[in-house]
Design a protein around this ligand. Sequence first.
Ligand code: AKG
Length: 297
Amino acid sequence: MDFMTDQDVQKFMEDGYVVLDGLLTSWECEELRQRMAEIVERMDVPEHCRTTFSTNHDEQLKTQVTSRNPPAQREMSIKLRYDNGVMSLVSVSVPLFVTQGNADYFITSGDKIRFFFEKGVFDDKALHAFEPLYKKVTHSPKIQGAAKKMGLVSPVVLQSMFIFKQPGFGGEVTPHQDATFLYTEPLGRVVGLWIALEDATVNNGCLWFIPGSHNGGISRRMVRTPPGSFPLTDFAGREQSYADEQFVAVPVKKGSVVLIHGEVVHRSAQNTSEDSRHVYTFHLMESQNTRWSPDNW
Ligand code: AKG
């Protein structure tokens, strides 16, 4: 039987997302987490690269505006520990502002491994292309089969991320549509693949979706500003407001993958639990007859 069934495809078309269980074994998840622990262990993030990433309009604008006035103190240190298969954030002090360097670090991150730190806390080749274990998962027969089943003919990998969502710390991701950040003409060419490397629960910050919200276009776009100007990106339009009741929680088991339509509205809450919620995620785009917007970051 196909890893992605016809019913899964139908659910994806109707709701804008679908969960596929059993993409990875528990052992494969641990292998990926262990590899990430090694990468983190040897990372050295220069001061100008210590940046957070927020989907929130006001926060992005605020950090970019305040960055014109560098604060007197921009010290940051981060310490992670990896014990018995559990990665934990040991200590951290906070960078308060971003600088021009930060914005460059973000905008040039598409083909590199780069670290974005949690709001309130806080490399050089893309995971999906250069890290053999991550590359293997990204290009696995199951993923290729699912891409084909969704109708992708010439899919390309746009970006990849490892999201830590640390216990008691991992921040909220506000409601957004991925096409806000990964805009194509026409729309409907981008799909996110969000792989749970640990159980994702309501307590540790699983995804929440508004089923069917992928059919109404997008309400805002993140665009590059003209060359030579600062900040380097801005938002055109605003995210709509959504009622809490519209969202459906989607807890998933370790090793499952959630397929996320580029226009479906989704969010995740802060991780207030004692469990981390590690995820490997990447985005695919159908490249045939698609225009990747030059205004994208
Ligand atoms: C995304 O990748 O678009 C997300 O919204 C991820 C949010 C999360 O992992 O908490």
